[in-house]
Design a protein around this ligand. Structure first.
Ligand code: ADP
Length: 490
């Protein structure tokens, strides 16, 4: 493993604008902290409005310049080179995520396949973009066809819970479509996106095609109001998403929103519990619960309720909570003090509203854990639908378990949420599984599994979990405009 201090000294901490890493015009910067120790890892340049202007101008110039003349095959070749470089440096990129946002090192390294596969998948789609010729009934002999054109300059605003994954997952399809990008990483996790930006340059992505402006919400807000941005692709909280939608109205930008969730995971009594229990537990505790699609509302049919509550609690207790750099660690700390105070609020709120605490429920501060915000994987049972822990996204390692009696009842309760990102169904009965799949109002349903993702498969929300799909050809489509062309044939 590369020495962390050497790796950080070797990683850009300035803004990426027009192919160069530069300081912000105001010369301001901010600290990024190691959530395991609270120590400052690095100081990152903060982009102000003038820097955002420069980044947007560079992205526009790139589109009007050489990047606009790249053939699809050339864009594909660049993305394939980028995938090779990310593969080459993956351990370092994973280490940056571990150091900065606390994902355990073994889990961070485990994302090699999904990240590199996404880059190659979208590289493949660069040469698959096509319009149509359309039969029409216009009384004069006219041929109609559609052309697909890059939508223009994309602002990609990403959260801190999967920085490298999010950067790759947003940038690759935009480049495949021929767009240029201004990426705004989250203030808690800028390092792996900046290093990814350096790899874009090494791969031969021309200057100005990928720009990175680091900073907090104000930097993101400057992008969302900027007249030079054509499209915003956002992943983050529902509240920030709502603000961005409002800000985008002024210049009628295209927007894609991948927001929060409170996903139901439904276990019927006939399910294979030896699979359902560990998957349901990891469906909540993975990444210390800091996952938008986490299956945080676990509905269990009454006949197996006690067995599942006990099983999930035992699984939670078996998880190794520890420093993120330790290869044995399965659950690391929460990303920040701010995130801890959010989660901590619900650890008190659950019992106060009458939920039964089965395990966890508190911060763990023993030994080396004292310096980070470690929360024991927590299970609340006998939760009712009106409690705050049943309704609000916690974004921490907190499972709420509910008992149910009938299919109709559980579907109605699963849908009684403003969110609709994902859901799970566990049963050996295909009829029951499909009834649930059809009736749960969410963008992804897993049957006898939880968390499968693939760049070829669309992912996104119903209801207040957002709109637009990431993954699959729809993702590339979301970065394209359709132009209709009529040609008189006589
Ligand atoms: P969290 O509160 O957990 O950090 P957010 O949804 O606020 O989650 O953050 C996701 C991303 O949105 C981050 O990159 C953040 O800096 C950015 N952001 C926050 N506020 C705004 C805003 N008003 N406009 C644009 N981006 C924002």
């Amino acid at each position: 493993m590369t020495d962390p201090a050497t790796l950080i000294a070797d990683t850009p901490t300035r803004l990426l604008i027009d192919g160069r890493f530069v300081s912000g015009e105001a010369g301001r910067d901010f600290a990024t902290l190691n959530p395991c120790t609270g120590e400052e890892l690095a100081r990152i340049a903060e982009a102000g409005p003038a820097d955002v202007d420069r980044a947007v101008a560079a992205a526009r110039a790139a589109l009007d310049g050489p990047w606009g003349r790249f053939t699809p095959a050339q864009r594909q070749a660049v993305l394939l080179r980028l995938a090779d470089l990310v593969e080459r440096d993956f351990d370092d990129l994973a280490l940056l995520d571990t150091l900065e946002m606390g994902r355990p090192i073994t889990a961070a390294r485990g994302m090699r396949d999904i990240v590199t596969r996404a880059l190659r998948h979208f590289a493949g789609l660069a040469t698959a973009i096509h319009g149509q010729t359309l039969g029409n009934s216009f009384p004069v002999d006219l041929m109609a066809m559609t052309l697909k054109e890059p939508i223009g300059v994309v602002a990609a605003i990403i959260p801190w819970n999967g920085p490298l994954f999010s950067a790759a997952w947003k940038i690759a399809p935009a480049l495949a479509a021929g767009c240029s990008v201004v990426l705004k990483p989250a203030e808690d996790a800028s390092l792996s996106p900046l290093r990814f930006g350096a790899l874009c340059l090494e791969a031969g992505v021309p200057a100005g095609v990928v720009n990175i402006v680091t900073g907090a919400g104000a930097t993101g807000a400057a992008l969302t109001e900027h007249p030079g941005i054509d499209k915003i692709s956002f992943t983050g909280s529902c509240e920030t998403g709502q603000r961005i939608i409002a800000a985008s109205a002024g210049t009628v930008k295209r927007v894609t929103m991948e927001l929060g969730g409170k996903s139901p995971n439904i276990i019927f009594a006939d399910a294979d519990l030896s699979r359902a229990i560990p998957a349901a537990a990891m469906g909540v505790f993975n990444n210390a619960g800091q996952v938008c699609a986490a299956g945080t509302r676990l509905f269990v049919e009454r006949a197996v309720y006690d067995e599942v509550v006990a099983g999930v609690a035992a699984f939670a207790e078996s998880l190794r909570l520890g420093p993120s750099l330790s290869p044995d660690t399965q659950i690391g700390p929460l990303v920040s003090a701010k995130q801890f105070s959010r989660v901590d609020h619900y650890l008190d709120r659950g019992p106060a509203e009458g939920a039964r605490l089965v395990t966890g429920g508190a911060r763990v501060t023993e030994g080396v854990l004292a310096t980070g915000h470690y929360v024991a994987p927590t299970v609340f049972a006998d939760v009712t639908d009106d409690m705050a822990i049943a309704r609000e996204e916690i974004f921490g390692p907190v499972a709420s378990i509910f008992a149910f009696d009938t299919l109709d009842e559980v579907i109605e309760r699963a849908n009684a949420t403003r969110f609709g990102l994902a859901g799970g169904v566990w049963t050996r009965d295909i009829g029951k599984a499909m009834a649930a799949v059809r009736r749960v109002r969410a963008g992804t349903l897993w049957v006898n599994h939880y968390f499968a993702m693939d760049p070829a498969v669309p992912f996104g929300g119903y209801k207040m979990s957002g709109f637009g799909r990431e993954g699959g050809f729809e993702h590339v489509e979301s970065y394209l405009n359709t132009k209709s062309v009529w040609i008189r044939m006589d």
